[in-house]
Design a protein around this ligand. Structure first.
Ligand SMILES: Cc1cc2nc3c(=O)[nH]c(=O)nc-3n(C[C@H](O)[C@H](O)[C@H](O)COP(=O)(O)O)c2cc1C
Length: 357
């Protein structure tokens, strides 16, 4: 499966060291203004090589729209977008051609397919996530017309937690930090790991505002289930929480229930979703990223011939994938909400009748 979504659906293609990556997005409502500069600005937030907290691989990540847009508006036909790869250094990967990096997908891809593009991890590389960000840009443009906002940022790096969440701050932070008071400590944790030829994990928080009550299918396409699916599908994501998440398993019902008042909920432990359906509060998703598997210390593994070897990696890698992962998580959240909006238009007869009014 290289496709995600039902009504607002996208398919991605391409590999880390191939010619290009890209996506085809189907279901974008006709007439939507497609602001290409906005889509490019989303890619610019994710692109590698901007700061010392990211991989040194420098990519322009210039997006080109190939189809589905006429005079600046979506025509209702598939929108194809392409991003050419410009900074491949395949030689860096020649020493892992016949061995499996611990923590990466080399072992499983080889055993599943019997053939593996070892250059930069091939299709298992997070380079593919640029295509998701391009698709997410289209979803965000649609949500923007409806007043729905999706924001994200880093809440935790190497166990250093945010104490507050300022969703305007990530735009001016080199690591997309949500809390300026812990940003420096979080940055230091990344740099120290990098100096030790190691890597660190982190947590991204995504918040979605102004979502109407009623998005989500009640049983097998619940809004929280789809968000979890979207987030777990991002490289290196190991856990997803909605609202209080794991903490709610450790609290009492009297603490966890959000009391209901005429003008809304008194708290939001539920993270904006009840019974798989949005309740009108902010939707809060915490996304847990593991540390980057490609580290520059000596490691032990096996070759494709099943021989044990020690090896040291070369190449350019992110010391903390959560940093650039935050934009990817935000894009996936936007794609889920766009899909759910289109899917839910027919959940009430009034929604259908609107077509005839
Ligand atoms: C934005 C982003 C950048 C990443 N960069 C790297 C990287 O530079 N080196 C690396 O080994 N893994 C990187 N990863 C993680 C790997 O792609 C991922 O760990 C690998 O595909 C194995 O999949 P899994 O961790 O989901 O099991 C990155 C992930 C994301 C989201």
């Amino acid at each position: 499966m290289n496709t995600f979504g039902i009504r607002f659906r996208f398919t991605t293609f391409g590999e880390s060291h191939g010619k290009a990556i890209g996506c085809v997005v189907d279901g974008v409502p006709a007439g939507l203004e497609v602001d290409e500069a906005f889509i490019q600005s989303e890619l610019d937030r994710r692109k590698p090589g901007k700061t010392k907290f990211e991989t040194a691989r420098k990519e322009a990540d210039k997006v080109e729209i190939l189809s589905g847009v006429f005079e600046g508006k979506a025509t209702g036909t598939p929108i194809a977008m392409v991003i050419f790869n410009t900074s491949q250094k395949s030689k860096d990967y020649s020493n892992i051609k016949d061995l499996f990096r611990p923590g990466h997908a080399d072992f499983t891809y080889f055993h599943k397919y019997g053939i593996r593009d070892y250059r930069g991890g091939g299709r298992s590389s997070a380079r593919e996530t640029a295509a998701r960000v391009a698709a997410g840009g289209l979803a965000k443009l649609m949500l923007r017309e409806l007043g729905i906002e999706v924001n994200s940022g880093i809440s935790e790096i190497d166990g250093i937690h945010a104490t507050c969440y300022n969703y305007d701050y990530p735009a001016q932070s080199e690591i997309f930090a949500l809390d300026p008071s812990v940003e420096e400590a979080q940055k230091n944790a990344i740099l120290e790991a990098k100096k030790a030829h190691d890597s660190v994990g982190g947590v991204v928080r995504v918040v979605i505002r102004n979502v109407p009550v009623g998005l989500g299918q009640p049983l097998y396409y619940k809004l929280d289930a789809l968000l979890a699916d979207a987030m777990m599908g991002i490289n290196a994501v190991k856990a997803v929480e909605i609202g209080d998440g794991c903490m709610s398993a450790r609290s009492k019902g009297s603490q966890n229930n959000d009391q209901i008042r005429k003008d809304g909920f008194a708290s939001n432990h539920a993270g904006g979703i009840l019974g798989g359906i949005s309740d009108g509060e902010e939707i809060v998703v915490n996304v847990y990223f593991k540390p980057t598997p490609s580290i520059f210390q000596k490691q032990h593994t096996i070759t494709t011939q099943n021989e044990e070897v020690d090896f040291e990696l070369k190449g350019r890698h992110d010391p903390c994938v959560a940093v650039r992962g935050s934009v990817v998580a935000e894009s996936m959240a936007a794609l889920v909400i766009a899909d759910m909006l289109l899917l839910n238009m027919g959940s009430k007869i009034e929604g259908l009748k609107r077509y005839y009014s």
